[in-house]
Design a protein around this ligand. Structure first.
Ligand SMILES: Cc1ncc(COP(=O)(O)O)c(C=O)c1O
Length: 410
């Protein structure tokens, strides 16, 4: 039962166009509810979801334990602000230290905000470590994505996202991704850190090479720079390891997580070691909502589930199976599919054309996917997905690709 008076999806969509400024190309669907890997629209049609609200609903929709934890915390206490303690926030920080290399945690609300905090921390740290130098520059990668606030957007190495909003924040240099020489030659006496996504998400689902990340680790050690991993999209179990960095055998100095942490509620975290965190003093970071207890309660359940025996094994084995099936589809539709890339349950299928059309056609057939970097179909299913759902998704995808090929020939 809806709380609102809209008669059908079309009425909601028309009203949105009337009252909201347009910054999204939304799909023509109004979601009413979700359960597991399925979503239902306002008219009651069921869909298989291979996008998980942008890699957020990693335990699926209406996960019983996560929902119960959120409801219990909500009934007890929704918010207090950060001048006081809550058990949920402290417990989540404790669990994050137990499941990562770090021993200190800072909270915020969104991916972009935690990137902002990492930028501030890197600059503060560099000033403390080498007070006689002017080190504030952060190397980031071409094709990266770090968020929509000014600092995070400046860190984002995509020119098209910078157009019309200049001047940007000073102190960033973009170097080519997966190119060690580019990074090494980008370092100057102003550099304080290197920040990157172990798997570029918005940039087209491009995993870093293991050797490249390991070489960046050495480069940072040799030059006394911080290595910052933005695992906002690829972290917290998505690659089949507790954290993305574990899939590459590289430990960063600063780890950023967000999206799935709050089970659909906004929360983000920066994890680091005490000797880095101590560059921040009381008053250097603040947030009214950051580390909200309801979101933190959801985060505690997420980390407990990811640590449960069999959870990550499912991500790995279902992910490998999915990758194989996508590669088979690539071989079946060579005129359209240019590449298949991914790791764990984070996959991209690069098309020669018609990415947005494929997304729309898949939706029509009951499969929710997304397109990034213009023509890369992006698959980010809930991490509880199994082989039957993968088979179902690939069957729909096969039909979508075949129809696109036919329409091109016609
Ligand atoms: C790797 C990465 N970093 C940062 C962000 C920004 O997160 P948010 O939208 O929560 O600000 C995103 C969002 O897509 C992301 O994928």
């Amino acid at each position: 039962m809806s709380t609102y008076a809209y008669k059908n999806s079309q009425e909601v969509i028309s009203q949105e166009a009337a009252v909201m400024a347009k910054t999204f190309n939304r799909q023509p669907v109004v979601w009413a509810r979700g359960e597991g890997c399925r979503l239902w629209d306002k008219e009651g049609k069921a869909y298989l979801d291979f996008f998980a609200g942008h890699a957020v609903m990693n335990l699926g929709y209406a996960h019983p334990a996560q929902t119960a934890a959120m409801q219990a915390q909500m009934a007890a206490l929704v918010h207090t602000g950060n001048l006081y303690y809550t058990e949920a926030q402290v417990e989540l920080a404790k669990r994050l230290t137990e499941s990562t290399f770090g021993n200190k945690v800072l909270f915020s609300n969104s991916g972009a905000e935690i990137v902002e905090l990492a930028i501030k921390l890197a600059r503060k740290w560099a000033r403390r470590e080498r007070p006689d130098e002017q080190r504030f520059e952060i190397l980031t990668m071409k094709g990266s994505f770090h968020g929509r606030t000014y600092g995070a957007l400046t860190a984002t190495g995509q020119e098209k996202l910078h157009q019309g909003i200049e001047p940007l924040l000073p102190g960033f240099k973009y170097v080519p991704f997966n190119n060690f020489v580019g990074a090494a030659s980008g370092i100057t006496n102003r550099t304080c850190a290197i920040m990157l996504e172990p798997v570029q998400g918005e940039g087209g689902i491009t995993p870093a090479d293991k050797k490249y990340l390991q070489a960046l680790r050495n480069l940072c050690d040799q030059n006394h720079l911080l290595l910052i991993f933005d695992e906002i999209q690829c972290g917290l179990g998505r690659l089949g390891t507790r954290n993305a960095y574990e899939a590459f055998d590289v430990v960063p100095d600063i780890l950023l997580v967000a999206k799935p942490l709050g089970g659909g509620l906004p929360i983000s975290a920066l994890v680091t070691r005490a000797e880095v965190a101590s560059a921040l003093q009381v008053g250097d970071h603040g947030s009214t909502f950051g580390g909200n207890p309801v979101a933190a309660a959801a985060g505690c359940v997420l980390l407990a589930e990811v640590a449960r025996p069999g959870f990550l094994e499912n991500v790995k084995s279902t992910g490998e199976y999915f990758g194989k099936k996508l590669a088979e589809l690539g071989e079946k539709h060579p005129g359209l599919v240019q590449a298949v890339r991914g790791l764990g349950l984070m996959w991209g299928m690069e098309l020669s054309h018609s990415g947005p059309e494929a997304v729309r056609a898949a939706l029509g057939k009951g499969l929710v996917i997304n397109c990034t970097a213009g023509k890369v179909l992006r698959f980010l299913p809930p991490l509880i997905v199994g082989r039957p759902e993968v088979d179902e998704a690939c069957q729909i995808l096969d039909a979508v690709l075949a129809a696109l090929e036919r329409s091109k020939e016609a």
